[in-house]
Write a protein that binds this ligand. Structure first.
Ligand SMILES: N[C@@H]1[C@@H](O)[C@H](O)[C@@H](COP(=O)(O)O)O[C@@H]1O
Length: 242
């Protein structure tokens, strides 16, 4: 794993943009994208740039079950607002939260197989989840319906008027689907991610800590700020991004 430490999220946006732009320059045509507050600064730099990815395809990690793409808290809406409406891909796939679970998860996994992901961007849950793969999710899981944990519901409640409005289920790429990507960029900021960052990089590889599976992937870059990196003990592995 390559670990880049940035001074703040703005620098993280630049560092993440560099990884995206380099992949594109090297011929990447399929980008796996993430939602959450973490990747926003990367999308800001991408949309302000003159990068041309109008012939590339994007595939998002996950979507809340039961929210239509027009709902302001749906991940489709988020992606439209932060990236797709400003700079479109040739095609952008996000799971359809209104579709039947069995049909939609099978359809989505077929999309991933038909469009192998060159670069997958990931955020990190406070409990170490990637996509919506909560602790205990099998490492060989494919796109599936997820029951969100209380910790994830609590973390996401800030975006909804009422905690009871937070969906309890989601469709998510599985850990096996994510690990098929040729390259992975995981980004984490803030002290509330520090435990998960340390466990992901230095802890045992276990399904109890979904992101620890990345230790088995051959091409992973991690972007962290000082707060998220605070609990790493092998400090010499950390490369400052300036
Ligand atoms: N499904 C998303 C994840 O993909 C994201 O990584 C996580 C962290 O979000 P944030 O970046 O806002 O901390 O939130 C949600 O659970």
């Amino acid at each position: 794993m390559k670990i880049l430490q940035v001074s703040d999220q703005k620098m993280g946006g630049q560092a993440g943009y560099n990884v995206f732009a380099e992949a594109l320059a090297n011929g990447a045509t399929v980008f796996g994208l993430a939602t959450g507050s973490t990747p926003i600064s990367i999308y800001d730099v991408i949309t302000a740039s003159d990068l041309d990815f109008s012939n590339a395809v994007s595939i998002n990690l996950d979507e809340y079950k039961g929210l239509p793409g027009t709902h302001e808290q749906s991940y489709r809406y988020f992606m439209n607002e932060h990236l797709f409406n400003k700079k479109p891909f040739k095609e952008s796939y996000v799971p359809d939260g209104m579709a039947d679970a069995a049909t939609e998860t099978a359809r989505y996994e077929r999309i991933i197989n038909d469009n192998p992901i060159d670069l997958q961007i990931l955020g990190l849950g406070q409990n170490g989840h990637i996509g919506f793969n909560e602790p205990g999710t099998p490492f060989d899981s494919l796109t599936h319906e997820v029951t969100l944990t209380q910790s994830t519901i609590d973390a996401n409640a800030r975006f909804f008027a009422d905690e009871n409005d937070v969906p309890r289920y989601a469709y998510s790429m599985g850990i096996g689907s994510i690990m098929k990507a040729k390259q992975i960029l995981l980004v984490a900021y803030g002290e509330n991610k520090a435990d998960a960052v340390a466990a992901m990089i230095e802890g045992p590889v276990t399904e109890d800590m979904p992101a620890s599976v990345l230790q088995r992937h051959p091409n992973v870059t991690v972007i962290v700020d000082a707060a998220a990196a605070a609990k790493l003990t092998n400090r010499e592995e950390i490369v400052p991004f300036v």
